[in-house]
Ligand binder design. Structure first.
Ligand SMILES: Cc1cc2nc3c(=O)[nH]c(=O)nc-3n(C[C@H](O)[C@H](O)[C@H](O)COP(=O)(O)O)c2cc1C
Length: 359
């Protein structure tokens, strides 16, 4: 439907052309694994401080995790000094990263104050040197890629020139979130600037469009209106890994399989919780289980009440039980209403539920 259903970044094949966005404190290994099990083309770790990695900070090293089952994955690093960036990239390669992505888009004050993240969009020469240093640090077959924004602010929307400068320095994939730094997460992601980046960058370098894609229609619009080679999805994937399979179907020219049934939702919620128990320890387990409960119930009837109850739950088992009972209650309710599981597959059903709760 949109040309080749496969995207290549050097030797890395991204099939289907849909990526999970790096999200700090969200896209940990359980989250990435669930996304992979639902057909995402590639996952990338949350951004990791190059300085912290290079000095062996245990908390940061703990977030540097290879995908399970030898699947390809990317590691995202941030910083502004060449030597720590090079060292961090080598550490990423040691754990098997298929590509190293450099964050030049983070708008957070603590990151920008250190002149990292999106602040680098104001200093293309330094950004280029960082790319060159990381390219030189990793084996030639490992692509170095960059994720950045539309620009610093409305008056400095330099994404097309910036992307070209990075490609000249050796970047082999560019991801653009179509907001400026000063926008943060307000307004909307501008498809036009992503299109301009796609037009400016050589055709051999894939451009990934990012921002506000929460459904199949948004995926199709991003690809059609920008000409981008793939789409990266962040917030729309919270408790919604099915979005990847749905985009994959559409990318391959097949019909959209639709949203999951409540039974499917419950099964994947259980899988996510099992992965949290398998891969995490300590107080993080309760925190992550609470988040998973809220994500998988998002938009469904009674989800706000469940979220409050789960936040008060004393331990992970109690939180998970609340969510299980919640889903079972919704299944009973559906039966009472005389609806079949197939009714869950219509978007309208979930939307109507959320609206009736808000009312
Ligand atoms: C909680 C959160 C954490 C994020 N952390 C990162 C990060 O570590 N690295 C990064 O490049 N972008 C990060 N982002 C930005 C996302 O990758 C993405 O660019 C942005 O959310 C827009 O895409 P979306 O509308 O699909 O969510 C984060 C976004 C959110 C909401």
């Amino acid at each position: 439907m949109f040309g080749s259903p496969t995207m290549r970044v050097g030797p890395v094949v991204v099939d289907p052309p849909v990526l999970l966005a790096p999200m700090a404190a969200v896209t940990d290994l359980p989250f990435r694994t669930v996304a992979e099990e639902h057909g995402v083309g590639l996952t990338i770790t949350e951004f990791l401080s190059a300085h912290a990695l290079s000095v062996g900070d245990p908390r940061t090293l703990g977030k540097l995790t290879a995908s399970l089952g030898d699947r390809a994955f990317g590691v995202q690093i941030f910083g502004r000094e060449e030597e720590p960036m090079a060292r961090a990239a080598r550490i990423a390669i040691e754990i098997g990263a298929s590509l190293v992505d450099i964050n030049m888009g983070c708008p957070a004050k603590r990151v920008v104050a250190g002149e990292c993240g999106s602040a680098l969009m104001r200093e293309p020469a330094i950004a280029q040197r960082l790319v060159e240093a990381v390219v030189a640090a990793v084996p030639a077959h490992v692509p170095v890629t960059v994720k950045h924004r539309a620009g610093w602010d409305q008056a400095h929307r330099n994404a097309p020139e910036f992307a070209c400068a990075l490609v000249e320095a050796g970047a082999r994939m560019i991801t653009v979130h179509g907001r400026t730094r000063t926008q943060g997460f307000s307004g909307h992601s501008d498809l036009e600037i992503i299109k301009l980046v796609r037009e400016a960058v050589p055709a051999s370098i894939p451009v990934v469009g990012n921002g506000d894609v929460v459904d199949v229609a948004g995926y199709a619009r991003m690809r059609a209106e920008t000409g981008c080679d793939a789409v990266m999805i962040g917030r729309g994937a919270l408790g919604n890994p099915w979005l990847f399979a749905r985009c994959a179907a559409v990318a391959a020219g097949h019909p959209d399989p639709g949203p999951p049934t409540l039974e499917e939702r419950l099964a994947v919620f259980r899988r996510h919780v099992a992965l949290i128990h398998q891969l995490k320890t300590g107080p993080r387990v309760l925190h992550e289980v609470r988040k998973a409960c809220a994500w998988y119930a998002r938009g469904l009837y009674g989800c706000n009440r469940l979220r409050l109850e789960v936040w008060a739950a004393p331990d992970p088992a109690a939180a998970a039980t609340l969510a299980e009972r919640y889903f079972e209650g919704l299944i009973e309710r559906r039966t009472r209403l005389g609806l079949s599981p197939q009714a869950d597959r219509t978007e309208m059903n979930g939307a109507a539920d959320a609206a009736s709760e808000a009312a």
